[in-house]
Design a protein around this ligand. Sequence first.
Ligand SMILES: Nc1nc2c(c(=O)[nH]1)N[C@H]1C(S)=C(S)[C@@H](COP(=O)(O)O)O[C@H]1N2
Ligand SMILES: [Mo]
Length: 310
Amino acid sequence: MRIRNEPPSSELTPEPRYHDRRRFLNSLGAAALTAFAAPWVRADAPRVPPTAKAYGLQKDDRMTPWEDVTTYNNFYEFGTEKSDPADYSATLQPKPWTVRVEGLVEKPANYQLEDFLKPHTLEDRIYRHRCVEAWSMVVPWRGVPLASVLKRAAPTGGAKYVEFTTLNDPKQMRGVSDPVLEWPYVEGLRLDEAMHPLALLVTGVYGQDLPNQNGAPLRLVVPWKYGFKGCKSIVRIRLTNQQPKTAWNIAGPTEYGFYANVNPAVDHPRWSQAKERRIGEFLKRPTLPFNGYADEVASLYAGLDLAKNY
Ligand SMILES: Nc1nc2c(c(=O)[nH]1)N[C@H]1C(S)=C(S)[C@@H](COP(=O)(O)O)O[C@H]1N2
Ligand SMILES: [Mo]
């Protein structure tokens, strides 16, 4: 069974404004705009709308089409093939959804997703997305800064790390009977990384609620790190004083470090990280330090040996 959510009718905004923008773009002259597009950029990739909040993009970055964002996925709870999450995640029930915030916080609580999100403002943000497997996308996410959620929980003085845990339910996830990873999927950040304004708890993509295969109804996105840090279908956020044991670090400590900062200078033991293939493109692009977010985040790692702390 294949779930195909309808592609959104406009890029990020309701129809009328989109058409205004279109007219505006046309008035600038379509020829002038296409002249700036590098020849290797795929023709069907939507341009970044001029008023969109785009973070860390290069001048020839376009958005990865909805079709690819929602059918080329890693979500091992549904299988290890890229098409498995789209093919088999219809069994996931993202409504109703409970998120537990606990550990070293003054206000631990179980939230219904709606209440969890209520005090926060959803934002649309376009980010680059770099998988450890040396492919990349550009994705218009919708979500809330992780920092606002954490501030509401009021971390105590001893809190140093944040741990994220995915649902682990064999009835909803056909892949968790297969021990490819230690379930539940766990990821983690240092508290200062988690408080960085670019770290986003995501509830939507292309202006729609997240499709199951992208981690409905709530997943993490940390754009300067490899995609595996982006824990999907989160049921628990826990503040700790110890570095969380993460699913990929347990599976292969020499291949998947805790930090997982995108770094073209530090290769994966089995392949180079110097370049990446943008999904849908033929020629490879150079990978950028911190995935293009170095100006914003490099200071978090001052004094840390990034070859050792990969
Ligand atoms: N629970 C869970 N979260 C996960 C994964 C997974 O297998 N299980 N895969 C990770 C990897 S390797 C990547 S690249 C991103 C992919 O997110 P996307 O499918 O929305 O592009 O999800 C991450 N989050
Ligand atoms: Mo990944």
